[in-house]
Design a protein around this ligand. Sequence first.
Ligand code: HEC
Ligand code: HEC
Length: 305
Amino acid sequence: MSRSTARPARALSRTLLWLVSCLVGLVAFGAEARAEDPATDFKQICSSCHTIGGGVLTGPDLREVSKRQKRDWLVNFIVDPGAVLDSGDPYAADLLAVAGQRMPNIPGMTRSRAEGLLDLIEAESVHEPGKSRFAGMQISDRPFTDRDVAAGRAIFTGETSLVAGGTACISCHTVGGLGGLGGGRLGPDLTRVFERYEDRRKLGVWLSAPATETMLPTFREHPLEQEEILSLLAYFENAMQKEQEDDAPRALVLVLLGVGGAIGALLLFNRAWRDRFTGVRRCLVRSAALSESARTPTPDASGRV
Ligand code: HEC
Ligand code: HEC
């Protein structure tokens, strides 16, 4: 091999080597980005239905779950709950009977991610109930004040921006009593959302990690702060109460308007028809008088013969 052909060959192999190392780097980087940190996984995916030591939500409290079931069973369940539930497994059937709802299959869940999650759950289970960082939101039961409601309204409308930089609710949702043109229509009307979720805790926990199609990508990177959620809950509770209070008088006003309207309409018709009848009657009377007078012409019948 001559020198002149060796040099480009070496250059080529060097370029190839560089390309390969870039590829390896990219793949490694991709894998790194995909391998979710268990704490992030738990917060983003599991915490809308489970706490660790914070009590039952949609799913059971996972504190010390490793003492209730074997590791292998738990990994299988987390990776494919549908298959385990359908297999007729008695433990899974009991869980379902208590929860009344099936745990959905989690897209992209792998055995290694499930292992990581179980390690995390075990580590967090050493804390007393309520003390883990995954005990879920503890929402105080104190009565909401007008200030809470006002703060919630300001957050909803975007007057106060969200601390983590999420999009203001008003761009996709409306609430009764908002005034003006109301809010966006992409998401559902939230006037009665408080009632739909039954109580503060369920709605609050839902808002802390909303797992639906549009809400998840909107708030995954910009979760709501606990204080923001509390204010929003106050606002939603108030919106619901106001609507309930408005409903009764509004129904009465509607009835009154109906009755009043009907009476008004009757009076109007009455007037119109009376005029019309008299008009008709007058004509009839006149024509009758005329034909009468034609038959027996007397100068004093109408004074015109
Ligand atoms: C939409 C709600 C929901 C989500 C999200 C969810 N689960 Fe569940 N999970 C349930 C329900 C409900 C059950 C009870 C079994 C059933 O009815 O399917 C359950 C049961 C379990 C069990 C068995 C509990 C026991 O007491 O033995 C484990 C473990 C579990 N889930 C882990 C997870 C993990 C980890 C995640 C996050 C990757 C997760 N779940 C996400 C609803 C959910
Ligand atoms: C980008 C648009 C968008 C923004 C911004 C948004 N939402 Fe939503 N929201 C939706 C959509 C769409 C749904 C219906 C479920 C889904 O597709 O996620 C929804 C559902 C909800 C639900 C469940 C309603 C139900 O009836 O179950 C609640 C509660 C909610 N949003 C609250 C909020 C709050 C509070 C904010 C502001 C902090 C907010 N959303 C901001 C689009 C949005």
